[in-house]
Design a protein around this ligand. Structure first.
Ligand SMILES: *Cc1c(COP(=O)(O)O)cnc(C)c1O
Length: 253
């Protein structure tokens, strides 16, 4: 074990490979799906600032973090501020209400993908109005717990319509962008399309029908390193990919 080295990471190559795979998956999409080009969110959690700058220099703009402190630390890093002027930060972790103000203070915060209660939506709406004084809306997605696992955050699928309706009617500072799911981690794709992906697609359909929204305007954020190609094939408009770009993370215990 003594001479185990950190593997050399080629972020530019990783990014290029993922983008090529996304393009190929788009080409395999059924033609009746909304043909929106997917956004790649590069998930940089645990990864250091220099790797983020490498990805930015290679053309990547959207980055995802799932801890508030880490996002704010990176977003306020002097190198990032100087070299990554158009960076867009996506928050993709569980948001506790006592961290809202800190998160909203982050420069170039672009989207919160994990709004999972009316209470959180209300607090974000209220705080964002104070922070930005009504100048621009805060992009959000509603997180749906498609796998029904207790450990995962998100509203129940059947609550999608009422939750989205609530945001549209009561949260004028929030811009509803779409639905997001994490889903089951170890789904065996040889069994067919991931049921979490299918469920999220179904939720969007219902939301669009009941609330008369244009399906082309409502995103679905699903798919990570192990399954983003299948997600895109099924219609994902945002994928969140970490390891395949930045290298594997140490296992979580
Ligand atoms: C870590 C994380 C990802 C990316 O995971 P990879 O397997 O490294 O691609 C995507 N979404 C969320 C919510 C995450 O926490």
């Amino acid at each position: 074990m003594s001479d185990v080295k950190t593997p050399e990471i080629d972020v530019m190559q990783g990014l290029k490979t993922v983008l090529t795979q996304i393009e190929a998956a788009v080409a395999r999409r059924s033609k009746d799906l909304p043909q929106r080009t997917p956004t790649l969110v590069a998930v940089s959690k645990i990864k250091p600032v220099p790797l983020i700058i490498q990805a930015y220099d290679a053309g990547q703009r959207d980055f995802g973090e799932n801890y508030v402190n880490e996002l704010v630390e990176k977003a306020t890093d002097s190198q990032i501020i100087e070299k990554c002027k158009d960076i867009k930060w996506h928050f993709i972790g569980h948001l506790q209400s006592n961290k809202i103000n800190k998160l909203l203070s982050a420069p170039r915060l672009y989207m919160i993908q994990t709004v999972d209660s009316k209470k959180l939506a209300d607090s974000l709406n209220k705080q964002w109005t104070k922070v930005r004084n009504g100048e621009e809306m805060l992009n959000i997605m509603v997180q749906v717990n498609t796998s029904g696992e207790e450990a995962k955050s998100g509203i129940e699928p059947f609550e999608s319509v009422t939750m989205v309706e609530y945001v549209l009617k009561n949260c004028p500072s929030l811009k509803f962008n779409g639905l997001m799911t994490i889903g089951q981690y170890d789904y065996d794709m040889s069994l067919g399309p991931n049921p979490d992906f299918l469920k999220l697609i179904e939720c969007r359909k219902e939301v669009c029908e009941k609330l008369k929204l244009d399906i082309n305007e409502v995103e679905i954020s699903m798919g990570m390193s192990c399954d983003f190609e299948q997600a895109v094939e099924l219609g994902a408009t945002t994928v969140r990919v970490g390891s395949n770009i930045f290298g594997a993370r140490p296992p979580k215990n």
